[in-house]
Design a protein. Structure first.
Length: 345
């Protein structure tokens, strides 16, 4: 059953009710297609997650691999089903197919890493920087998304990074892909390097999970997302990743664990308030790191409280870089082959 808005009725659907138009992405999780629901005309992102394994395949014989995929899928389904925030991508429903679960989600236009790479092409390679107001709006939007996940859904995201910050040409900025989202009342005991290594907090890499007296696991776990957000915002601010000098994953892990945090300075050219906000996410010791409910009270967040004003500004800002971009449309043969492999019956 799919529900395309708060006021619409749930609609019974089959995969044959969709026209698949473009390959949006693929990875270990499965793949995502741009699709249109033919009866209503709704355009959406259709994420295909494989759930059934060929008994003769090597993958089926590896129980941990199979179990991990099921767990990740369940987290995403449960998290997305309950999400209702202007700062988190919308979720319409799911369908079970022969080999896949099809998750139908709100379609966004591009990611934060795509945006900052477009900005980088237009500025001086040594002195160029991201737009201050746009960076503040992105920071505020994701902080509010994490606040919503923590207090409304009791989730931590576990994979905050530029490619999971989604934007559209209407000026919306949202946190997407809850594929690694984990209930935070148990996540401290299960903390593993689940996200992309370069965004993982030092305490998760090191396995440090000691709590302060009176501190609960919710606080400890949610703060790891803030480290990931801090690294993400520094990356956008500088138009390159702060650990880009590391050549291997081992070097990256050592840098995160042993070196000083990659904080911004006055030389980066941003306001004192915005630098303070971003650096508050990057305290090495998680026990001293700010809480998300503390961040929303900071001046750099309070000045971007108005959602509609933020959208108006971001709409104008992103169109400078996105309106005339070359779209990486999927070839007809690629799309047909992908759909053929789904065996939609």
């Amino acid at each position: 059953m799919l529900k395309f808005s708060k006021t619409s009725l749930a609609t019974k659907c089959s995969p044959n009710d969709f026209t698949f138009q473009q390959i949006l992405g693929h990875g270990a999780f499965g793949f995502v297609l741009k699709a249109q629901h033919k009866p209503t005309g709704t355009v959406l992102a259709a994420k295909f997650q494989q759930i059934i394994f060929d008994p003769k395949s090597d993958e089926a014989k590896i129980f941990s691999s199979k179990a991990s995929k099921f767990r990740n899928l369940k987290r995403e389904i449960n998290g997305l089903r309950r999400a209702d925030s202007p700062y988190v991508t919308g979720y319409y429903g799911l369908m079970i197919m022969e080999k896949y679960v099809l998750l139908c989600m709100e379609l966004m236009d591009f990611t934060a890493d795509y945006l900052y790479n477009e900005v980088r092409k237009t500025v001086d390679s040594k002195t160029g920087r991201f737009d201050e107001k746009a960076l503040g709006i992105i920071a505020t939007s994701i902080i509010k998304a994490l606040l919503y996940l923590k207090f409304n859904l009791e989730l931590m995201h576990r994979d905050v990074k530029p490619s999971n910050i989604l934007l559209n040409l209407n000026g919306d900025v949202k946190l997407g892909d809850l594929g690694l989202a984990c209930h935070i009342d148990v996540s401290a005991a299960k903390s593993v390097a689940a996200g992309s290594t370069i965004y993982i907090s030092p305490e998760i890499l090191d396995g440090r999970q000691q709590l302060l007296p009176g501190e609960n696991k919710i606080e400890f776990s949610a703060r790891s997302d803030l480290w990931s957000l801090g690294v993400t915002l520094v990356e956008i601010a500088r138009l390159k990743h702060p650990y880009s000098y590391c050549n291997t994953e081992t070097e990256t892990i050592i840098a995160i664990s042993m070196e000083d945090p990659p904080i911004l300075t006055e030389l980066d050219g941003y306001s004192v308030e915005l630098v303070k906000l971003i650096n508050s996410c990057l305290t090495q010791d998680p026990k001293l790191r700010s809480r998300v409910e503390e961040l929303v009270k900071m001046k750099a967040v309070e000045q971007y409280e108005n959602l509609e004003q933020n959208k108006t500004y971001m709409e104008s800002f992103v169109k400078q870089y996105m309106e005339n971009r070359e779209r990486n449309e999927s070839s007809e043969s690629e799309l047909l082959e992908t759909i053929r492999n789904l065996k939609l019956n």
